[in-house]
Write a protein of this length. Structure first.
Lengths: 111, 114
């Protein structure tokens, strides 16, 4: 079983749609959680950190469910420019400070 | 401008010819790390460094070396590259190892070993 699992997609949605991605992680000791965005052949860029109480940044909302060990990303009013791969990232609470990346969920927003 | 830079961006080389990929950050970050990204496998950590002269292995360190003599630089060395090291490589940095701000990534180095 992968440490961080995501549905690879692609999710193909029209502009203006609301789309949600989930991600599950296997290590209950995981401490920090992030969503990164990666455009084709480019570097990953931090989209948002995920906090225990949930957090929102404009059209993006992230949620954390520690009991069920999953995090989610909700995108409202999708734009063409949201087309990208979204990476779920988990940071272990041990001395390695290692980031564990999911393989990503691909989003395609069509006109 | 705060950034992580990598050089070269593209490299085609032959098996066994030593190479170095440089990484530099201008944000005074303590933590630096190297990843490789392969289709279907996602990003995997090669080596990381908590601070100057402190380095440790990630998930896939075989065939790679690193050094951290200065805070801003973290070069990745392939002493004898092999075709299975053909990949997209990213360097990343963060203020500390466990940073709620996540990590900043360089633009990537696409390496082909023939």
């Amino acid at each position: 079983r992968k440490e961080v699992e995501q549905d690879p997609g692609p999710f193909n949605v029209p502009e203006g749609a609301t789309v949600a991605f989930n991600c599950t992680y296997s290590n209950s000791a995981s401490q920090s959680f992030f969503w990164y965005r990666q455009d084709c052949r480019k570097e990953p860029k931090l989209l948002m950190s995920v906090y225990s109480s949930g957090n929102e940044d404009g059209r993006f909302t992230a949620q954390l469910n520690r009991a069920s060990q999953y995090i989610s990303l909700l995108i409202r009013d999708s734009k063409l420019s949201d087309s990208a791969t979204y990476l779920c990232v988990v940071n272990y609470a041990d001395s390695s400070y290692k980031l564990i990346f999911g393989s990503g969920t691909r989003l395609l927003v069509r006109p | 401008e705060a950034q992580v830079t990598q050089n070269p961006r593209y490299l085609i080389t032959v098996t066994g010819k030593k190479l170095t990929v440089t990484c530099s950050q201008n944000m005074n970050h303590e933590y630096m790390s190297w990843y490789r990204q392969d289709p279907g496998l996602g990003l995997r950590q090669i080596y990381y460094s908590m601070n100057v002269e402190v380095t440790d292995k990630g998930d896939v360190p075989e065939g790679y070396k690193v050094s951290r003599k200065e805070k801003r630089n973290f070069p990745l060395i392939l002493e004898s590259p092999s075709p299975n090291q053909t990949s997209l490589y990213f360097c990343a940095s963060s203020l500390r190892g466990r940073s709620t701000g996540g990590q900043y990534f360089g633009p990537g180095t696409r390496l082909t070993v023939t």
